[in-house]
Design a protein around this ligand. Sequence first.
Ligand code: SAM
Ligand code: DTB
Ligand code: SF4
Length: 321
Amino acid sequence: MTSPRHNWTVDEIAALYDQPFLDLIYEAQTVHRQHFKAGEIQKSTLLSIKTGACSEDCGYCPQSARYKTAVEREPLLDLQTVLEKAHEAKESGSSRFCMGAAWREVKDGPDFDRVVEMVNGVSKMGMEVCCTLGMINTTQAKRLKEAGLTAYNHNLDTSPEYYGDIITTRTYEDRLNTISNLREAGVQLCCGGIVGLGESKQDRFRLLQMLANQNPHPESVPINKLVAVPGTPLSDQKEIEILEFIRTIATARILMPQSFVRLSAGRTELSDEAQALAFMAGANSIFAGDKLLTTPNPEWNADQVLFNKLGLKELPISPSN
Ligand code: SAM
Ligand code: DTB
Ligand code: SF4
């Protein structure tokens, strides 16, 4: 049994990532089976509760007010609408409901009060509940936790070195501070990044190192493949080679053996075979439902067919929730 480490060097990560592909997948699957039941995949449903008009300049994001994209801005949804969506998600087999807001940061006031009510309502439905609302302080994080929040998503996105090429309106340090505020509040962390932003392999290693050297590891690690959205600065970014994407997932699995590794954005561009490889490489969570926040995701039925073909099972909601 491999126990989690928090002192990975870039050279060690490079050696894992660059080993012969079959050896890498075998190692990742071996580690995976030491900690998880093979073939059990956790499904999360995403809902954008506040869409577009974001002040930040994240180069990949269709919700930034700085880029002309097809995203239509929408104010914060009302409580009832959100609870109905959560109910539908539960009925369709999701064990976790994640609400995302196109905010730079959480601001105290009526909107945040409403989000706290949403968290409370979803939690009472017996689902795991997750939020991604931008930067947050410890007091706000504690309020969400008391309302029933299971986890908070805040990504590092890429390496500290490449970060400034992608986002200029907040720093890597800001992200690390939010992560430490969440830990201080005792909230579980969902923290990962994006590949295919034009980063080098070295940047990918550094992102993985920044994630894996956190102690404890983030409980879930979303690995997003860039969705190149027209109108964003990265709209013409060349797609990352799928096998490199799979290598990233497999390396994440080996580095963070007890974390849920989530095959996140970009699934619509993956074939069934590529997704099967990602599961083989240790991914054990997906976003389910036909929409991520603003971009498409595979339809419910398509996922059902894939699960049947591969003999995968949905992870049930844990009894503590
Ligand atoms: N506004 C909050 C924030 O930035 O933390 C929460 C929502 S934001 C959309 C959540 C994450 O989605 C980003 O950190 C990024 O990793 C991911 N994301 C956004 N647009 C994406 C895209 N086009 N392709 C892949 N991942 C994307
Ligand atoms: C994460 O790492 N990926 C999800 C979730 N956390 C919030 C978001 C992906 C967004 C993809 C672009 C969009 O749909 O707007
Ligand atoms: Fe705003 Fe988040 Fe999109 Fe950045 S990723 S522009 S902070 S919604």
